[in-house]
Write a protein that binds this ligand. Structure first.
Ligand code: CTP
Ligand SMILES: C[C@](O)(CO)[C@H](O)COP(=O)(O)O
Length: 226
């Protein structure tokens, strides 16, 4: 008798509970308007068509008008993601910062295409600038650029793998800047998948200026049938 194969289920998990202190607009960064849509709305609209479920972590006391599942985030990004992981039972999770509003379908397809086999993948870009390790504000030593990548989101994992890494980190009090770092720390081989320079993170007012200028072009392209 043929066994029926059910396709794996994917959840998009969006940490959006940060305060945006480096942006300094006085409201949570994910809820800042960028040319008619908030950063969070943009993240949801990019991810929703390619997953079975979307869950967002928001600052306490905030909610959005959207059918997606909403939970309260934690004090750190890591804590917000840990809470998001407990809010889904999907086989695979795509974790993506609300602060990266320009996520195209091609990057997402690349990430989804690799995670089933790899179990742990992240979008990343090979470094293009000269890189140095600094010492007291001066040139310390040159870093080998040919082996250096800048890590972005989305990052995708088999849910049980990344949940296990988060649980171990919690037990040990280990903090990482991202989930790929946690997966690597607890023994997973994290595959680097080519990201995109348009996936930059809106962190500072200068990033926001750039995002404002670029959003019009992005929205125009999305509404033009290819
Ligand atoms: N306690 C936190 C902190 C951050 N994030 C989310 O993690 C992503 C990346 O974080 P970052 O760009 O550092 O956002 P903020 O923490 O808001 O910024 P800042 O550090 O400048 O305050 C953002 O989508 C942010 O909302 C979160 O969900 N929960
Ligand atoms: C997760 C991340 O976007 C990968 O580059 C990055 O580490 C987040 O850093 P932040 O200081 O929390 O913005």
């Amino acid at each position: 008798m043929d066994r029926e194969m059910t396709p794996p289920r994917f959840a998009a998990l969006i940490p959006a509970a940060g305060s945006g202190s480096r942006l300094g607009f006085g409201i949570p960064k994910a809820l800042v308007d960028l040319q008619g849509k908030t950063l969070l709305e943009r993240a949801i609209e990019n991810l929703a068509p390619l997953v079975d479920e979307v869950v967002v972590a928001l600052p306490e006391g905030q909610s959005i008008e959207s059918p997606v599942k909403q939970i309260v985030g934690g004090n750190t990004r890591q804590d917000s993601v840990f809470r998001l992981l407990q809010a889904t039972e999907a086989d695979f999770v795509l974790i993506h910062d609300a602060a990266r509003p320009f996520l195209g379908a091609k990057v997402l397809e690349r990430i989804k295409g690799r995670v089933i086999q790899s179990g742990a993948v992240t979008a990343a870009l090979p470094a293009t600038d000269t890189l140095v390790h600094s010492s007291g504000g001066f040139w310390g030593y040159l870093v080998d650029r040919s082996k250096t990548w800048a890590v972005q989101t989305p990052q995708a994992f088999r849910r049980t793998l990344i949940l296990d890494a988060h649980l171990k980190a919690l037990q040990e009090g280990f903090e990482a800047t991202d989930d790929a770092g946690l997966a690597n720390k607890y023994g997973s081989n994290v595959e680097l998948v080519l990201g995109d320079s348009r996936l930059f993170k809106v962190t500072t007012p200068a990033d926001f200026e750039l995002a404002t200028a670029f959003a019009q072009l992005w929205d125009q392209k999305r509404s033009t049938p290819s």
